[in-house]
Design a protein around this ligand. Structure first.
Ligand code: PBG
Length: 328
């Protein structure tokens, strides 16, 4: 036998030389939930995740940053009393997100702070866009009116000093509109990480519980993508690229590795992937009673997402995985 592939696996040293993909803390973006309260609150629907007070948020982000995690993305739980049908709280300069951005950038100027741009935490209807009733009384998520509000939201985050805004709403034309709005106000250095291929997924369930942001009526299928489609993902990526996105995203990650692979072959932009709440919780639940080894399964899932072509991963495991990788 001339060819014995096992020779390349014979020792840790040889295995490390031939390793094709590597995973490190610098690949991670840490999603953090926050609320306007003095106390940190465990999230019942997402064990291991916390709705942070501003003080708690600064501490948690600092610990992750110290472990080598370069970026955080903020998801606010907004008080019911501030939710309206025009989602106006989303561009309040004194609101929760701008305050958190300022505090994080003050505390750690080098930390990359990312904000989510979408209306669902602020909208009394729970949709990512503004809701109107059409002639037949059916709910409609109106596109162009929503985009105008998203631009206000992005500008508000830019004024607070955000590094990257990340539109997760899936409205048409929002990347170009946000880019124009940012540039017109002198924020040409603020980047756009676009949720380009965001699927209408059941894996978001626990997240909506964490923010109490589930749609009050209807579903998100008129704006988020059909899980059956992959060519459409390419179409969305091409549009976002042409509209000026700096980075694009596929979401969820684990069940959509084929999309990540195809998209990353197709674009020269950096590709992000979001290991979403449902993916995270399936590992949590299965490891709780010892059915699987949490650390091994989580790191293997993250490696799979990297191997598929993602250069960054949004994951609730960011801080824990950074700790695990340090010990490895
Ligand atoms: C909404 C948003 C969602 C997530 C991130 N931003 C939920 C949704 O689209 O309904 C989900 C993240 C997760 O499940 O971890 N703009």
């Amino acid at each position: 036998m001339h060819i014995r592939p096992r020779r390349n696996r014979k020792s840790p040293a040889v295995r490390s030389l031939v390793q094709e993909t590597s995973l490190s803390a610098s690949d991670f973006i840490y999603p953090l939930f926050l609320h306007d309260k003095e106390v940190d609150e465990q999230i019942e629907s997402m064990p291991g995740c916390v709705r942070w007070s501003l003080t708690g948020l600064i501490k948690e982000a600092g610990e992750a940053y110290a472990l080598g995690v370069p970026a955080v993305v903020l998801f606010p739980a907004i008080d019911e009393s501030l939710k309206t049908s025009d989602a106006a709280e989303c561009h309040n300069d004194a609101g929760l997100v701008p305050r958190a951005v300022r505090a994080l950038k003050d505390a750690y100027p080098g930390l990359c702070v990312i904000t989510d741009v979408a209306l669902d935490p602020y909208n009394s209807d729970g949709h990512d866009g503004l809701v109107e009733k059409d002639a037949n009384g059916e709910l409609e998520i109106v596109n162009d009116e929503t985009v105008a509000v998203l631009c206000e939201q992005a500008l508000c985050h830019a004024r607070a000093g955000v590094d990257i805004v990340s539109p997760s709403d899936m409205m048409d034309g929002r990347v170009a509109a946000i880019r124009d709005a940012l540039d017109a106000s002198g924020f040409e250095k603020v980047s756009i990480l676009s949720y380009s291929a965001k699927y209408a997924s059941a894996y978001y369930g626990p997240f909506r519980g964490a923010l109490e942001s589930a749609p009050k009526a209807g579903d998100k299928k008129t704006y988020q993508m059909d899980p059956a489609n992959i060519r459409e993902a390419i179409r969305e990526i091409e549009l976002d690229e042409a509209e000026g996105a700096d980075m694009i995203m596929v979401k969820p990650a684990g069940p959509y590795l084929d999309v990540i692979a195809k998209v990353s072959d197709h674009t020269t932009l950096p590709v992000a992937a979001y290991q979403v709440s449902g993916e995270y919780l399936m590992i949590k639940a299965a490891s709780k009673d010892g059915w699987v080894n949490e650390k091994a399964i989580a790191l293997e899932s993250l490696m799979g997402i990297k191997r598929a072509g993602a250069s960054m991963i949004l994951t609730y495991y960011a801080k824990l995985a950074a700790e695990w990788l340090k010990d490895a």
